[in-house]
Design a binder for this molecule. Structure first.
Ligand code: AMP
Ligand code: ZN
Length: 112
């Protein structure tokens, strides 16, 4: 399988990794949309949010808590935006599920 983020998990493609545990990694987005912009991904390949199953409940919670921990470490005490883009209409471009975390600027709504 030719998956960019699986290659980052395996260390075959370099990334600025800022967190790792047994289930997830977090790394800086290569094209940041805010002063803080990192992605939390599971080490196990799941293509998109729509592909999650009941068996993934704990893993998704783990991703959210990793996002919280790293956002704190990155100084986002004033708040931050979390985003899962899902499939085409959601604007997903990399089909390995990832949670965007953006911070250190004022976010606006609605998103583009
Ligand atoms: P999405 O559009 O939600 O699928 O987001 C994919 C994100 O991955 C984008 O914000 C890209 O900038 C980011 N991205 C793509 N390639 C890399 C890479 N090699 N390292 C870090 N981030 C990447
Ligand atoms: Zn993958």
């Amino acid at each position: 399988m030719d998956c960019l983020f699986c290659k980052i998990v395996e260390g075959k493609i370099p990334a600025k990794k800022i967190y790792e545990d047994d289930q997830v990694i977090a790394f800086e987005d290569i094209n940041p949309q805010a002063p803080v912009h990192f992605l939390v991904i599971p080490k196990r390949h799941i293509a998109s949010l729509i592909d999650l199953t009941e068996d993934d409940r704990e893993l998704v919670g783990h991703m959210v808590f990793a996002a919280q921990k790293v956002a704190r470490e990155q100084g986002c005490e004033k708040g931050f935006r979390t985003v899962f883009n899902c499939n085409e209409d959601g604007g997903q471009t990399v089909y390995h599920i990832h949670l965007h975390v953006l911070g250190k600027r004022q976010m606006t709504w609605p998103p583009g």
